[in-house]
Ligand binder design. Structure first.
Ligand SMILES: *Cc1c(COP(=O)(O)O)cnc(C)c1O
Length: 437
């Protein structure tokens, strides 16, 4: 399979190059030349398959030309070593819990899969013995998922850039305490500043001569595409419960950089019968504005209690535009949007806890409330519960007025010692630091 850039200046790139480069030279995002539909018999039998087997079929469609079958199977199995249960919250509303992995958030799948795929390609490349440096900007969960996915992987060093004071202490400890090949960089700025530093670094000629750089943000195809696996599994589990419900499945995705939902759109192109998607936003509602007006107007992000969605210029919007040939009408017919203030998010968390007993985190709460507000008669909604509520401990405890149990995996991280490098949001400072490596 060949890859082209959403800016159309770069075409015919191999998967290996797309993964190693992350972002194309023309600043566009890589897209596969074609998306193959999986034969109907797969969907007929999907409810009888294991998560690993169905994910392998999807992975084979996406990457099978370029990765040896046995290796691809290993990558998939190694990545999907935790459960992703579909939990009934109330009549017609289900939560797909994506938080049972190593760092308790959905990005674990992309982080782990990408580390395996990147190391596969570097071992096979001509300068396979030259260290690869992964730069990743995080609003919280990406950093931990990528850092833990890459921890101890030979030949790869990871730099995690995060906005000072804007990630929760529990999130922070998941990537600042690891040591080894992981360096945490605390930027005096916002998430968008971190993302800009990373993007500028890729475009800096001098820096790219000095060191081999790549990105592990959802701009990287090996990071965002494996998230499609979740959507197949959601459908399979719902089908097992009710064929009728599965035929009318609506998936609601709490969205920030729009990598997760874009993976879902890919799954649909591969034939997965998703009736429609809902993108749930916090006050950073640039996508919703686009749906309403047809104009995309990025703006600086504002801080909210669903901080992993505080994105003012979602990277993967370029992929969505490309998938639908820039047709506002086509996009609006498959995806609808909604946005919530912090107060509304808190209300949703309290109401859901009181009415159903289910514990939401602030991101999942946007998804849940969007289904409450937008699901139509006859539809069954699944929202993606993107992180464990304990990752946002203080927020959740304050809102609900109850003590939340911290899973053991999280407690382990909290025992470590924080190590990070302080950095301004000025690119020249960041560059000087990297040039000194
Ligand atoms: C990253 C993240 C999101 C947003 O996902 P995108 O792929 O960036 O749209 C939502 N919730 C949580 C908990 C996250 O970590």
């Amino acid at each position: 399979m060949k890859y082209y850039s959403t800016n159309k200046q770069i075409t015919g790139e191999t998967l290996a190059n797309a993964v190693v480069k992350g972002l194309a030279e023309d600043k566009g995002l890589f897209m596969p030349d074609s998306i193959t539909e999986i034969p109907a018999v797969f969907y007929d039998n999907i409810d009888k398959m294991s998560f690993q087997d169905m994910a392998y079929t999807a992975a084979y469609m996406l990457f099978g030309d370029d990765v040896h079958a046995n290796m691809l199977k290993l990558m998939v199995n190694d990545t999907l070593s935790f459960d992703v249960p579909l939990v009934k919250v109330e009549e017609n509303i289900f939560s797909l819990e994506l938080f049972h992995g190593p760092t308790l958030a959905f990005k674990d799948v992309g982080g782990r899969f990408m580390s395996r795929m990147l190391s596969y390609f570097i071992q096979r490349s001509d300068d396979g013995n030259r260290q690869v440096n992964v730069l990743v900007a995080t609003s919280g969960d990406t950093g931990s998922a990528v850092a833990n996915g890459f921890l101890g992987v030979e030949g790869i060093h990871v730099y995690v850039l995060y906005p000072k004071g804007k990630v929760s202490p529990i999130q922070e400890c998941q990537f600042t305490t690891l040591g080894q090949n992981i360096t945490a960089i605390e930027v005096d700025g916002t998430f968008d500043d971190c993302q800009a530093l990373v993007k500028t670094a890729f475009m800096d000629e001098e820096l790219n001569v000095k060191m081999k750089l790549t990105s592990a943000n959802s701009i990287n195809v090996a990071r965002f595409l494996p998230q499609a696996f979740y959507y197949f599994y959601a459908y399979a589990q719902l089908k097992k419960i009710s064929e009728e419900a599965a035929r009318n499945m609506v998936i609601c995705v709490p969205s920030g950089n729009f990598g997760n939902i874009t993976a879902g759109l890919f799954a649909k192109r591969m034939g997965l019968p998703v009736k429609r998607f809902i993108a749930a936003n916090n006050r950073n509602d640039i996508f919703l504005e686009y749906l309403k007006t047809g104009e995309y107007k990025p703006r600086p992000s504002v801080a909210t209690i669903a901080n992993a969605m505080d994105v003012g210029d979602p990277s993967n919007f370029a992929r969505i535009l490309d998938l639908y040939n820039h047709s506002h009408e086509a996009i609006s017919s498959e995806i609808s949007g909604i946005s919530y203030t912090d107060e509304q998010i808190a209300d949703a968390m309290r109401a859901c806890r009181k009415d159903t007993g289910y514990l939401l985190d602030p991101h999942g709460a946007c998804g849940y409330q969007a289904l409450k507000d937008m699901l139509e008669p006859g539809e069954t909604g699944i929202f993606l519960e993107t992180a464990h509520p304990a990752k946002f401990l203080d927020t959740v405890q304050d809102i609900l007025g109850e003590k939340i149990e911290i899973p053991e995996k999280l407690q382990e991280f909290m025992k470590g010692e924080k190590q990070s490098i302080a950095m301004s949001k000025n690119f020249e400072d960041f560059k000087a630091y990297l040039m000194g490596k």
